[in-house]
Design a protein around this ligand. Structure first.
Ligand code: ZN
Ligand code: ZN
Length: 498
């Protein structure tokens, strides 16, 4: 059965990944808080993205620009004038609708042909009694709608203590502009040659009229954006450099999502139609993911040409060009923009990792998260919590592993339950300590000093000496497959106790 969004929302709340914001006050529309496991997962996504796309590449640098920027930035970028949706308001109930989608919901109708009886009529259809189409508010069925008005999606605020027009500024609706306005600073301070890119991870804010679908569309969200500057005069492999690099970035981004667990059949590329393209964009492709709500945008990769740098040069009066040493001329770079949402990526990774499996007649819920993304890497579990020696050994093992890998200790249930709980939050490995490990001093039996490692995905178990746990986990969490590590370092155990 396909995973429903409700199932995921409930798992996220129950296990501490994601909570509704301000829940004790009834919640706020479309805001979500990341709980103890959610913040780890989110940080891991950002960390591997930064490592792979910034630190791991010779042609990339990072930036962390301020959320509040000069108001002129948003004039130059076009956001003040064009980042709008046409809205209509109900004069009666005051509800607000996007003018272009108001006919896409069922509508309430008090029908004069049936003594004013109330009907709810499917979206876009006329009343079957009187034949009329919707003209009033679809929600209350009584109020007239205003003419469409442009509603800006930026959050407006005031800088400083005086709420006056001169102090108006905005919470940034995208991180990209922070990179464009720093283009020359980065160029001068790093002495980069084209092509090179600047990456940024940070919060952005959009006052969406219809947010929803859990963390898919929210008013406050986090972006991972890259602006990759290329010389439009250059050509690579017989193609203009901007087109070559656009293609490369699409491949790199698709490859990245697959590397961390998204299956190829759940990913596809969608080219923007000519009519859909921003007027300055040469080409835009979306990577779409098969979310529980259907195929939807996971990230976009746009060729924004030289539009942004030219706009900021015009509005700021500063020169934002690159000196091409070979051709002895100044050039305004083109920019390729791979832009991903952290929250949306997190949702996709959760959806793709979620499995319900039959194990000996019971259903096991398991998140097959990539070990690099998993919030907890190792759980240390006592087989018997009454045995002081076992508990003490568990704590010692956890303390030994924790500085290198997020490790948890749990003794609040029997071992079977403890394993299931770790499966459900995606912990790749468990370590258990039992009587065999520590021995029985009352009977004068010595322990063998070995602990059991259990693999989340295969549920196989091996026994290794406690002293070998750190080097074994260095291999397992360094990417070596379970099978090869198990063969070389472990004495196999049957999976029956798992
Ligand atoms: Zn109304
Ligand atoms: Zn009617």
């Amino acid at each position: 059965m396909p995973l429903s969004m409700d199932t995921l929302v409930s798992l996220c709340k129950r296990r501490g990944f994601i909570f509704q914001s301000s829940e004790i006050y009834g919640g706020t529309g479309s805001c979500w808080d990341y709980g103890p496991l959610g913040v780890e997962l989110k940080n891991n996504i950002k960390r591997v993205w930064w490592r792979d796309f910034v630190q791991g590449r010779a042609d990339m640098v990072g930036l962390d620009a301020s959320i509040l920027m000069h108001a002129a930035v948003w004039k130059a970028s076009g956001h003040v004038d064009h980042f709008t949706d046409p809205m209509v308001d109900c004069r009666e109930c005051r509800r607000r609708f996007r003018a272009d989608t108001v006919d896409e919901t069922p509508w309430v109708h008090y029908c004069a042909a049936t003594k004013g009886n109330k009907f709810t009529i499917p979206a876009g259809e006329p009343c079957s009694h009187c034949g009329l189409r919707r003209t009033l508010c679809p929600d209350c069925g009584k109020g007239e709608l205003t003419l469409p008005r442009q509603f800006n999606l930026m959050f407006r605020t005031f800088m400083g203590p005086v709420e006056e027009a001169a102090a108006v500024t905005y919470l940034r609706p995208e991180t990209a502009q922070g990179i464009f306005v720093n283009f020359d600073n980065v160029l001068q301070s790093t002495r980069r040659k084209l092509p090179f890119g600047v990456a940024q991870i940070g919060k952005a804010f959009r006052n969406e009229i219809t947010p929803g679908n859990f963390i898919f569309r929210t008013r406050e969200f986090e972006q991972m954006e890259i602006e990759y500057f290329v010389n439009p005069r250059d050509s690579v492999a017989g193609r203009p450099a901007d087109e070559h690099w656009h293609e490369r970035w699409i491949e790199d981004c698709l490859g990245w999502f697959q590397r961390y667990g998204l299956q190829a059949e759940n990913l596809r590329l969608r080219e923007h139609e000519k009519a859909e393209l921003a007027h300055y964009a040469k080409r835009t492709a979306d990577i779409e993911y098969r979310f529980p709500i259907g195929w939807s945008e996971l990230m976009g990769i746009a060729n924004r040409t030289d539009f942004d740098l030219k706009q900021h040069a015009k509005w700021s009066g500063k020169t934002l060009t690159y000196f091409d040493e070979e051709r002895k001329e100044h050039v305004v770079p083109y920019v390729i923009e791979p832009s991903a949402g952290v929250d949306r990526a997190l949702l996709a990774f959760l959806v793709d990792a979620y499995r319900e499996e039959e194990v000996r007649g019971e259903t096991r819920v398991v998140l097959r998260l990539h070990p690099e993304l998993a919030p907890i890497k190792i759980a240390v579990l006592p087989l018997l919590k009454k045995r002081e020696e076992i508990v003490r050994t568990c704590h010692a093992i956890r303390d030994e592993l924790a500085p290198r890998w997020p490790a948890a200790y749990d003794d609040t249930a029997a071992i079977g339950r403890l394993y299931r709980r770790q499966d459900e939050v995606g912990t790749p490995f468990c370590v258990t300590v039992d009587v065999q490990t520590v021995g029985d001093s009352d009977k004068g039996e010595a322990g063998d000093g070995q602990a059991t490692i259990r693999d989340r995905d295969s549920m196989q178990q091996i026994r290794v000496p406690i002293g070998a746990l750190t080097p074994v986990f260095a291999r397992l969490l360094g990417g070596e497959p379970w099978g090869s590590v198990a063969d070389r370092f472990g004495a196999p155990r049957p999976a029956a106790s798992g």
